[in-house]
Design a protein around this ligand. Structure first.
Ligand SMILES: [Zn+2]
Length: 344
């Protein structure tokens, strides 16, 4: 690239109005010149208020209690049915001022859940929320663990305005809840009661009795009920079997062998692990995975997701996993022949 091209692609100048603050006194400074001096002086027109903990809140309708019951019921169902996490997206219609929720196609593996945006059902489901609808948050659960925001959660949620709720101890009568809100990339903890409406019967309860603690308890102790049947089918606990025939490879054996080798080496770097650890983690069943540490559960989910995301034919994904588990650590001993034989 020559210098002329380089200057064209350099970042444009920042044209925003600068505000200058005295780092020592935190006064707002204005550029001043008197003919004798020039520099900065504290603005006589601005009063500075220093806030340690900037607050913001949602000003529109709260999520109806009935919808919250559906979401929690789905979370509880998924733990019973899949023994793994599940995820529900929240939507707000800015014209009608109503809320809705939907479970999109998702891969649920133990203590992880990832939305499958490439899944054919995803686009179909997303089309339900057209004009007027905005994504306004999410709910997912952490199986029998306490509710908290993991580093993965934080990274997933930071660019998504709205409320994000983790449900913990999902099988217990009173679940554990962790709630935070995001606005323009700013994330802050918040009260679940500022996002979810209490059931109507609470209107008859004198405000003095309806303490914050009681409000939280009411939202954490819901009587489970029905939720959209389609949500169940959106949870995938393994690679979909129907991919097998459809995705037969068009490329040659040596290409595939090279792909596996590069891929496995890449994974060890990407997740700062080694092949032995990978084998051990991937060899654990979903049920037994609950006994792993939180970090191991997260790593296991990430590895499975990475393999899934290659979009190799599932036959090969499974073969890769199987061989990795069997060969205990030395990828050079991977049974490539075993994998390649299955291509015929
Ligand atoms: Zn989480």
């Amino acid at each position: 690239m020559n210098s002329e091209q380089a200057s064209k692609t350099s970042t444009p100048p920042d044209t925003r109005t600068p505000v200058i603050v005295n780092a020592k006194t935190l006064e707002l400074l204005i550029p001043t010149s008197s003919g004798f001096f020039e520099g900065f002086q504290a603005s006589p027109e601005h009063r500075v208020i220093i806030i340690n903990d900037p607050k913001f809140h949602w000003t529109r309708e709260r999520i109806p209690f009935d919808l919250w019951v559906q979401v929690v019921s789905f979370m509880k169902w998924s733990q019973t049915a899949n023994k793994s996490e599940a995820h529900c997206s929240l939507f707000y219609n800015t014209e009608l001022n109503i809320w809705d929720a939907w479970a999109f196609p998702q891969l649920c593996v133990g203590m992880t859940v990832r939305l499958l945006e490439d899944d054919p059902d995803y686009a179909k489901d997303r089309a339900r929320f057209g004009k007027g609808w905005i994504m306004a948050g999410s709910v997912h659960h952490h199986c029998e663990s306490a509710a908290f925001q993991s580093s993965t959660d934080s990274a997933d949620e930071r660019d998504k305005d709205g409320v994000h709720i983790t449900v913990g101890k999902v099988s217990e009568k009173q679940v554990d809840l962790h709630t935070r809100q995001v606005w323009n990339g700013n994330m802050a903890p918040c009260e679940i009661t500022s996002w979810i409406a209490l059931p109507h019967w609470t209107e008859a309860v004198p405000p003095g009795i309806l303490t914050m603690e009681l409000r939280r308890q009411i939202l954490a102790t819901v009587q489970t009920g029905a939720f959209p049947e389609e949500w169940k089918s959106r949870t995938r606990t393994t690679i979909r079997p129907e991919r097998r025939e459809r995705d037969l490879p068009q490329t040659g054996h040596s290409w595939f062998k090279g792909q596996i080798e590069t891929f496995l080496n890449g994974l060890t770097g990407q997740f700062q692990t080694n092949l032995t650890q990978m084998n051990n983690l991937l060899g654990v069943s979903n049920t037994d995975a609950h006994a792993l540490s939180k970090e191991d559960q997260e790593l296991r989910g990430n590895l499975k997701m990475a393999i899934f995301k290659t979009r190799w034919p599932s036959l090969y994904c499974e073969a890769v996993l199987e061989q990795m588990i069997k060969t205990n650590g030395n990828h050079r001993d991977l049974g490539y022949e075993h994998i390649l034989n299955q291509m015929d």
